[in-house]
Design a protein around this ligand. Sequence first.
Ligand code: AHR
Length: 501
Amino acid sequence: MAPSIHIDPARHAAPVDPRIYSGFTEHMGRCIYGGLYDPDNAHGLADANGYRTDVLQALKDLNIPIVRYPGGNFVSSYRWQDGIGPKELRPRRPELAWLTEESNQFGTDEFIQWARLLGAEPYICLNMGTGTLEDALAWLEYCNSSANTHYANLRRKNGHPEPYGVKYWSLGNEVWGPWQVGQQTSQDYAKKAFQWAKALRLLDPSIKLISCGETGFADWDRVTLKTLAPVVDFHSIHLYTVSEGNHDVNVMGPAAAEKGIEITKSLIELAKIEGNLTKDITVCFDEWNVWDPVRAPGEKGAEEHYDLSDALAVASWLNVFVRKADVVKIACIAQSVNVISPIITSPTGLFKQTTYYPLQLFASLMQGTALSLHVTSSPNDDDAYTGATVPPFVAALTAHTPPAARLTKWIDASGVLSPDGKEVRVAIVNRHQTKDFSVPIEFGPAANVASNVTVHQVWSADLRDRNGFEGEKVKSVESTLDDWQGMYEVKAHSFQVLVFT
Ligand code: AHR
């Protein structure tokens, strides 16, 4: 069967939550120091507080609604109290996640101020490795309390009279992972996180709590959800896809995330049935991206230099989140600056990676209401992906990757009705390396669309093309289709958003 896309603008799947376009900044590599924060300001790119203004602008253009901080693995041995107060008194500490040293010159107050400049909500991940419940309560009190109590007063003393009102708090990071300081079994974690959640809510009932999940398709997710469903608002999952130098593996990888989300949705339903709960629990996919830790090791700062193939993989990831808009309400690309990031800085400037452009197009155009699309692109007729292995991710994150990743299609799409209800927007990735496809795009009988079509396309002749400080080979280019006849020629290895008005 040849590829085709059928859209009925009356078939609303779910509202697209703008929070699926969120970010993540960790004390890792050159994300904070040498990335978004440059207090020495030798080249005049930082503001009076040391925040790089070019970085802020590039991220503002991605409309990031939430930023997660301070890790990641980093948080599992982080003492948040080291990062507040006069900078000359802040201790340097050994850093156990990436085996470096932490100067603590950037901490909670600097992060929250930076997030506000970005126009984003701060999201704090709690230390469930070396940290205690007392530390967590103190952090919450410092950030959110308006009482006349020690940590609220400490915040005032440090120059911040008003509570920050940090809404999102997660109960640890990848606590299941052998690389984690304070790794635990699912049962032990669930028991502990349940107690933490109760206490945190006593201090601030308005917060949203996020449980630490695994991939969504791990037994850890089932066990922890069963215990934590009564006390959390979101269940987090993490996944990275990796190419191993193989384009097909690269672009098909996000199918595993889609399967993980479907399984998590069922696990949430099961936990709600078992616990007789009627509350909402949704997915916070708070780490996702293309990351090959062999070519960009974490200990060396994980600076991936992405190519067009990676941009197409990122576009496929974002299609997954739009298609799963009913249950994915937050997703944070990991990460936002230098470390596996859409932007790379030097002391004198930055460049936008290939992956920046699909992110920007999704965040600006793929908002509103997700539509249920019918996409045919039968593997049998379209040179099915025949990769011998399912995409492996970071070793432990990949162990249970479901075989669905093998069954996926060359044409990958998602669609929305714009927030004003006037435009249908369709994001299409042609993941085939060499084959163009003529794709009929058909609308439902009641649809009154498709007279004007604007195309925003990310394409380049060579899949291995990358951007750099010397220039951008891969970026989005806008054009219009004058005479829309219901058929779109989708170039091999291309991504585009078609806007129908
Ligand atoms: O984003 C890089 C790392 O990947 C994070 O610190 C950790 O949570 C994950 O394993």
